[in-house]
Design a protein around this ligand. Structure first.
Ligand code: FEO
Ligand code: CA
Ligand code: CA
Length: 636
């Protein structure tokens, strides 16, 4: 998501005020270290052309791809700056579902001027579509989709500046977020939602959840309404997605801190103050956010100081069972979860890679204690195991360091609730905002989008960890982002060591200098900034989605609107496939079970005052589009 415009002060700005600027450290040396070695596969280092971008050291030992035929089935789409979606020749797109479309026949009709009223706002497709996964249950195609946040100016269109004026307004915002489960089907008119399917379900900010894992029942999770500390309401800021081999959906709670506030000076102990500071929970009396706390005391930390400890987790949802209770898995840590990418170790243990999307925060790995056996008991796999954090070394090695009580001096429950502090104790590598992680289905390796970090080399993270330029984060004031890749030792995702390289450094080769031109696989034709969403298709092509600066000016000149590109992990080639409407972010990607349709999410299309996709002056509506080939061939 974008920085929330209506915040009086963003968590980053708050951070900036409260922590001093560290010394600038050996920038040039770190860049040289990161790019002067040959990578273990294609990408930055094995991609020959354009090596001048990085200096002559790039030319040594590189493998030119001239003469190779590429694996992409399309020609590169030029940059676009208009208010619609573009795909390459030979492809079509159509809207599957928009914010406010009915999931049930008793849902209110969408009004182009005012949207959806509060009554029935939990019966429609949610706002700001993000991560999604498709599940085939019997003959039913079930699409499970996150609704990350709201644009109050659109969602409370009749209010001044989108500020809630009542508990009813707050309830409407709460209902538009969370997760939508919906059956979809392809007919003569293309893909559409099966209204009233028994699988359809809205999970929102007031849906009952079970809390499990080491933090369940801990004093820091107990509230007046839930003295057990094991039953919470709602899932928050559902950003990226994940899935398990046993057919469940993982929704990832990211910027949960933004929903909390206080109506009076809160009386907080040191533990609460330290936690709220690290996670960006606002402790000042303030009505200038969503203002849930003004009308719903659950979000008022002066009245319910433990409520924020009940958000920030990975939540598991069973789409096949509409009556199931979602489970918050505290064992997988509490931070600003972007997505959850699973892999299976050769022995059957489950690995889940996760990023914490905040400047200077960390990358994590979960390793289950028990093995996944198809058809067997899966109830312990996300509850019993070990959380690790990544340490990247300058020599292009790295390790997953276990967050244990003996290593951190914290209890298992404290590690689960305050994972950031536990990771800081162990010297984890501060990253340039880890967004989506994807695991290659055709090679034993993982990738993480490090979207950008204007604070790299400028100031520490919220825990005071210094953030000098380092191995996989080699550029100070990094406005473009990069994708790091790691290959676990022994081709085993359960290994606690790995080798890494950079698959790409985004940049602008037309008007920048040095490393800000981007890596050798970036050129004037395919340049972009701020890689964010990422998924592999079954053929091993990596799809990269952007959430960046779409001004098309200055250092972003020539990059156009946010977009989706295809990357070849072997050759390093990257090619633009799709562009979004002005102001939007492209996020969320999955495929129909026959792989003939690609579903792509278009988030916050109205940010530049646009009216996509309805046009004609309608409120802008985030939407999922269905992309197909004209000849009906497979798309991944
Ligand atoms: Fe919700 Fe980090 O994107
Ligand atoms: Ca994102
Ligand atoms: Ca982003």
């Amino acid at each position: 998501m974008k920085d929330i415009q209506q915040h009086a002060i963003s968590p980053d700005d708050w951070d900036e005020m409260n922590f001093p600027r560290p010394e600038v450290q050996g920038f040039d040396a770190v860049v040289e270290e990161a790019i002067s070695r040959r990578g273990f596969m294609g990408g930055v280092l094995a991609f020959g052309s354009g090596a001048a971008v990085m200096g002559t050291s790039m030319l040594k030992g590189t493998t030119a791809i001239a003469g190779q035929s590429d694996r992409f089935a399309f020609e590169q789409l030029p940059v676009q700056t208009d208010n619609t979606v573009h795909v390459p020749e030979g492809y079509t797109w159509d809207v599957l579902v928009r914010w406010g479309d009915p999931l049930f026949s008793d849902a209110p009709a969408f009004d182009p001027a005012t949207g959806v009223p509060t009554a029935g706002s939990d019966r429609v497709f949610g706002e700001n579509t993000d991560g999604m996964e498709l599940f085939k249950v019997g003959n039913h195609e079930l699409l499970v989709v996150n609704s990350e946040y709201v644009n109050p100016k659109l969602n409370l269109a009749e209010t001044e500046d989108g500020m809630p004026t009542s508990a009813e307004d707050v309830l409407r915002l709460q209902n538009f977020q969370g997760v939508s489960v919906m059956e979809i089907t392809e007919g003569e008119n293309g893909w559409e939602v099966v209204v009233d399917s028994p699988f359809n379900r809205r999970i929102h900010h007031n849906t009952p959840m079970v809390i499990d894992g080491p933090a369940a029942g801990h004093d820091l999770l107990k509230t007046e309404a839930d003295p057990s500390g094991t039953q919470s309401l709602g899932t928050f800021n559902n950003c990226g997605s994940g899935r398990t081999p046993w057919g469940t959906y993982l929704t990832c709670e990211e910027n949960f801190n933004g929903y909390f506030g206080t109506t009076e000076e809160p009386a907080l102990d040191d533990v609460h103050v330290a936690g709220f500071s690290r996670y960006g929970v606002n402790m000042e009396v303030d009505t200038n956010r969503y203002n849930y706390h003004g009308f719903d005391p659950r979000f008022d930390i002066s009245k319910n100081p433990n409520e924020p400890h009940r958000a920030g987790y990975i939540v598991e949802i069973d789409p096949a069972n509409p009556d199931s209770t979602p489970v918050k898995h505290t064992a997988l840590g509490r931070f600003k979860h972007e997505n959850a990418a699973y892999a299976l170790a050769p022995d059957g243990r489950v690995v889940v890679y996760m990023g914490d999307d905040e400047r200077g925060e960390f990358m994590y790995k979960w390793l289950s204690r028990d093995k996944y056996v198809p058809g067997g008991d899966t109830s312990t796999l996300l509850s019993e195991g070990q959380l690790h954090v990544a340490r990247f070394n300058a020599d292009m090695s790295g390790e997953w360091v276990a967050l244990t009580p003996s290593a951190t001096g914290m209890s298992e429950a404290e590690i689960a609730i305050f994972s950031r502090m536990a990771a800081s104790e162990l010297g984890a590598t501060t990253m340039d905002r880890p967004e989506w992680i994807a695991v290659n289905p055709t090679a034993v390796e993982g990738y993480c989008c490090l979207t950008n970090n204007r604070n790299r080399g400028v100031k520490p993270n919220a825990g005071g960890d210094p953030t000098p330029a380092n191995g996989p984060n080699p550029r100070e004031v990094n406005n473009y982002g990069q994708i790091v890749r790691w290959r676990p030792s022994g081709d085993n995702h359960a290994s606690n060591t790995f080798e890494w390289d950079l698959y790409v450094m985004a940049g602008n080769p037309t008007n920048q200098e040095g490393p800000y031109q981007g890596s050798a696989n970036i050129n004037a034709g395919n340049m972009f900034n701020s890689p964010d969403g990422m998924q592999f298709d079954t053929t091993g092509i990596m799809w990269i989605q952007t959430d960046g600066n779409d001004s098309n000016e200055d250092e972003f000149e020539g990059m156009g609107n946010n977009q989706m590109l295809a990357g070849d992990p072997v050759t390093g080639e990257i090619r633009r496939f799709l562009t979004g409407p002005t102001g939007s972010e492209v996020t969320g990607l999955t495929w129909s079970s026959d792989r003939r349709t690609m579903f792509v999410g278009i988030q916050h299309p109205g940010d530049d005052g646009g009216d996509w996709p309805d046009h004609g002056g309608s409120l802008a509506r985030s939407a999922i589009i269905a992309v197909k080939r004209v000849d009906g061939a497979l798309v991944g």
